[in-house]
Design a protein around this ligand. Structure first.
Ligand code: XUL
Ligand code: CO
Length: 436
């Protein structure tokens, strides 16, 4: 491990009265909530691409952040030092997991064979650091969107040669994820979409995307990789329209191509809002359909219409998100991966710690609030009450498919105008605020 964050010692829980900003006020890893430790519930993960590799570049200017591990002119020395810095950071923060794209951890070389050799070198190092620290891999993924060869997509590229390249890259990324004991593997369709329909055969592209995923499902079995596969929905950016628009769209796609038993969703808060949903809508949709897998924890900005990938700080969101996740049985293979980066002006290494501490504390508070909401059953009772008609004679007959239009018409003619009830939204919103 490195010594790239000399000013910061291990971050400890000091409680809400502590004035030390480099401490947790609410996240206490071993505190038991509803029968499990906070660490087991929340399964925090740091992402490599933002936390280690993001230097603050945006469409208007290059990176502004300087990191000590990034100075060498030799790219493999940078990769090696970055991995040391990464595990120093993960260990000081006290997270249990990390996530990466293949190209985050080792730079691409002139040929695929050479690139794969570089990956092997870095993966051997990561494997040792994982063993030394006990930090595990939540998921791995492929970057098949940055290189110019992928400008028109990977699995949805008009060229089969590019499709083959993407498949080769995913094959290797799945192998190294398996080698590192990864608990999952994510497909985020970076450029799997289109910029104009004038040059796009949409039906064919969707078929090809499914073929690529089916190959991944087959290869997973072949190499004995037991991790969960996920799709990460996002409606747009970088393309104008991405095929994995939102979880509903992905679910329809998976059903059409008989892939629904093999993939779950990795829901990112900022992607949900870009799709015109809120974070909790996406979580609840997945929970209702048995496809909730993992979470990329971040937030957008109401006034900026793009994927700003800010750290989550909004308790209203974290509490409601944890309420859905807990009621769904909690995470199994998934977790809360901070797919978030510090702002371009946050140039100090301490800022990286403040960002993650804030996110972890926000979810720790969300967890405690959600646990209380579940224990009190107030919201559960309100929902049960609202649907109680369905436990009566008529509701049961409809649900058991014992009646059709004719019987329902006869019932309505006999009973007349239905009795209606208040939705009680304001009352419930006020109640929620009492928990915050
Ligand atoms: C992009 C995004 C990705 C995925 C992994 O918006 O969220 O970083 O999480 O490829
Ligand atoms: Co993401």
């Amino acid at each position: 491990m490195g010594d790239y964050f000399p000013n910061v010692k291990k971050i400890n829980y000091e409680g809400p009265d502590s004035k030390n900003p480099l401490s947790f006020k609410h996240y206490r890893a071993d505190e038991i909530i509803l029968g499990k430790t906070m660490a087991e519930h929340l399964r925090f993960s740091v992402c490599y691409w933002h936390t280690l590799k993001n230097m603050g570049a945006d469409p208007f200017g290059p990176g502004a952040i300087i990191r000590e591990y990034n100075h060498s002119s030799d790219p493999m020395t940078v990769a090696d030092q970055t991995m040391d810095a990464a595990f120093e950071f993960f260990a000081k923060l006290g997270v249990g997991f990390w996530c990466f794209h293949d190209r985050d951890i080792a730079p691409e070389a002139d040929t695929l064979a050479e690139t794969n050799k570089r990956l092997d070198t870095i993966v051997a190092k990561a494997k040792k650091l994982q063993a030394d620290t006990g930090i595990k891999l939540l998921w791995g993924t492929t970057n098949a969107f940055s290189h110019r060869r992928f400008m028109a997509g990977a699995g949805t590229n008009p060229s089969p040669d590019v499709f083959a390249y993407a498949a080769s890259q995913i094959k290797k990324a799945m192998e190294i994820t398996c080698e590192l004991g990864g608990e999952g593997y994510v497909f985020w369709g970076g450029r799997e979409g289109y910029d104009t329909l004038l040059n796009t055969d949409m039906g064919r592209e969707l078929d090809h995307l499914a073929l690529l995923l089916q190959m991944a499902v087959d290869y997973k079995k072949k190499i004995g990789f037991t991790g969960q596969l996920y799709i990460e929905p996002k409606p747009k950016e970088p393309t104008k329209h991405q095929y994995d628009f939102d979880s509903g769209n992905c679910y329809a796609f998976l059903q059409k191509y008989n892939l629904v038993d093999h993939l779950k969703m990795n829901i990112e808060a900022n992607h949900a809002t870009l799709a015109g949903h809120d974070f909790c809508h996406e979580l609840e949709y997945c929970a209702a359909n048995g496809i909730l897998g993992s979470v990329d924890a971040n937030r957008g900005d109401l006034l900026l219409g793009w994927d700003t990938d800010q750290f989550p700080t909004n308790l209203y969101d974290t509490a409601q998100a944890m309420y859905i996740i807990l009621r769904n049985g909690g995470f199994t293979t998934g977790g809360l991966n901070f797919d978030a980066h510090v702002r371009r002006q946050s140039i100090d290494t301490d800022d990286l710690f403040h960002a993650h501490i804030g996110g972890m504390d926000a979810f720790a508070r969300g967890l405690k609030i959600a646990a209380k909401m579940i224990e009190d059953k107030a919201f559960e009772q309100a929902v049960t009450e609202r649907y109680k008609g369905w436990s009566g004679e008529l509701g049961a007959k409809i649900e058991k498919k014992q009646v059709g239009f004719e019987e329902l018409e006869a019932y309505t003619l006999k009973h007349g105008e239905p009795k209606i009830q208040s939705g009680r939204q304001e009352l419930l919103e006020n109640l929620l605020n009492e928990y915050l």
